[in-house]
Design a protein around this ligand. Structure first.
Ligand code: ZN
Length: 53
């Protein structure tokens, strides 16, 4: 179990795999699984959309 780096909500590992990207159940931020033992996540890089900055 770890925390969302954006909102600090508890994020549990329900059969997540290394490299999987999933939305935080609380804030919706896309999180990438960095490790499963121990479970660790980081905000996923946004690749799908170009925000035009
Ligand atoms: Zn969150």
């Amino acid at each position: 179990m770890t925390e969302c780096p954006e909102c600090e909500a508890i994020v549990e590992n329900h059969d997540k795999i290394l490299g999987e990207v999933f939305p935080c159940p609380d804030c919706g931020t896309e999180l990438e699984v960095l490790g499963t033992e121990p479970f660790a996540v980081q905000p996923a890089p946004k690749e799908a959309e170009d925000w035009g900055e």
